[in-house]
Write a protein that binds this ligand. Structure first.
Ligand code: PMP
Length: 428
């Protein structure tokens, strides 16, 4: 496949946009080469500016669970746009989407809409701090909760020391309130609670991690976090930006029957428009302004176009009783297909999957946390990525990302993908 026009558009973009992109992972840094510029997309396919058709396994990093340009969403946005695009005043549709979302989300009485997953998580920890009167939070290495300062933290020197900034611009002062634990390791969490008595406002976790590839929680891990939070009067925050409305209508809370205190959303809830949200019980949400003292706001929050897209998406999801079973079956089919292909070769591999989130790691050992995710062979992944791209199959340009399966994929698409993987792996 040729990518001449993508290359020249990227060169032009680099002149006026840092690195040519408005979000770093798009730049192909992890895999090398030139990012693909999209012209349009429909269903399971991307059409790029060079006339190539790609089967899409990223789906805008999750939102397009029903496929690109899903008609009810597109129609809802078009008709809303004609009525005005933003008012900064209340609109009825905000109550409609809030009611529908709350009917799907377990354990929440109220929901506040924001503009991104980053904002949702940032606001959730401020709310948790305000509610508990405590400063520190626990996050897990390898989990991503957006780019707000408190989350751009890496592990410090010892397991029970506080974190250090992993980006210039994040202050040491901020870093000292973020404690780092290891995913799937309850002992690492317990140690932090012992070393910081009555200081931890919340644990924030991707309950099925998706930002180090897909890493499922081991049996008892989420239950253990719930028990620790309850015992220490800390809040459990589920970052369901990836998993919400994807792994089940009620996300991981429903899938594994575990109650979080605050739940964060993004991606699917906006149907492809910029939307995030966070939800909790009344006693917590009533701490938010204008009812309570914790400030949180947004000029475009609850924007009518975004709400129209989100409402159409959630309506489609909530009325389709077999969607999640279908997604699970399709992704299971893909998993088995890839497994059968890779078993023919000597390449070490691990496939992780929960529902419609799946990732292939070129690694011998099980991938259960950030350390084991990082142990995967990145050189093999790069060749795998470019080989698939050449076959017209678009997976995330990084070894540490989940593939997001869309319902628009047909079994023919899946068979094509599996045979493409066979052809690519044969050359590795
Ligand atoms: N949390 C999780 C689990 C995410 O995957 C992401 C984005 N990939 C975010 C938060 C941040 O969302 P956004 O990019 O919309 O700010």
């Amino acid at each position: 496949m040729l990518y001449q026009r993508s290359s020249s558009l990227f060169a032009a973009a680099e002149q006026v946009i840092p690195g040519g992109v408005n979000s770093p992972v798009r730049a192909f840094k992890g895999v090398g080469g030139t990012p693909i510029f999209v012209e349009r997309a429909k269903g399971a396919y991307l059409y790029d500016v060079d006339g190539n058709r790609l089967i899409d396994y990223i789906n805008s990093w999750g939102p397009m669970i029903l496929g690109h340009a899903y008609e009810p969403v597109v129609d809802a946005v078009i008709s809303k746009a004609k009525l005005g695009t933003s008012f900064g005043m209340p609109t009825e549709i905000e109550t409609q989407i809030a009611s529908l979302a709350l009917s799907m989300i377990p354990n929440a009485d109220k929901i506040r809409f924001v503009n991104s997953g980053t904002e949702a998580c940032m606001s959730a920890i401020r709310l948790a701090r305000g509610f508990t009167g405590r400063a520190k939070i626990v996050k897990f290495a390898g989990c991503y909760h957006g780019h707000s300062d408190s989350f751009l933290i890496q592990a410090g020197s010892g397991a029970i020391t506080f974190g250090t900034p992993n980006s210039p611009g994040v202050t040491q002062g901020t870093a000292q309130d973020t404690l780092l634990a290891d995913f799937n390791d309850l002992d690492s969490v317990k140690k932090l609670f012992e070393a910081n008595p009555n200081q931890i406002a919340a644990i924030i976790v991707e309950p099925v991690a998706g930002n180090m590839g897909c890493v499922p929680p081991l049996a008892g891990f989420l239950e253990g976090l719930r028990a620790i939070c309850t015992a220490h009067n800390s809040l459990l925050i589920f970052d369901e930006v990836m998993t919400g409305f994807r792994l089940a209508a009620g996300g991981v809370q429903e899938l594994y029957n575990i109650k979080a205190d605050i739940t964060c959303f993004g991606k699917v809830i906006g149907g492809g428009l910029p939307v995030g949200a966070f939800a909790a019980r009344n006693e917590i949400m009533n701490f938010l302004a204008p009812v309570g003292p914790v400030y949180q706001a947004g000029t475009l929050s609850g924007n009518p176009l975004a709400m129209a897209a989100g409402l159409a998406m959630l309506t489609a999801i909530s009325s389709d009783k077999t969607l999640f079973a279908r997604l699970d079956e399709k992704t299971a089919y893909l998993e088995v297909g890839i497994r059968n292909v890779l078993n023919k070769y000597t390449l070490p591999f691990t496939i992780n999957r929960v529902g419609s989130m799946i990732s292939v790691h070129f690694s011998e050992q099980p991938v259960i946390d950030f350390a084991t995710a990082k142990a995967g062979d990145n050189e093999t992944f790069k060749k795998f990525f470019h080989g698939l791209l050449n076959e017209g199959v678009y997976i995330a340009p990084s070894a540490y990302e989940t593939w997001f399966i869309t319902d628009a994929l047909t079994y023919e698409d899946l068979d094509f993908t599996i045979s493409a993987i066979d052809r690519v792996v044969a050359t590795l």
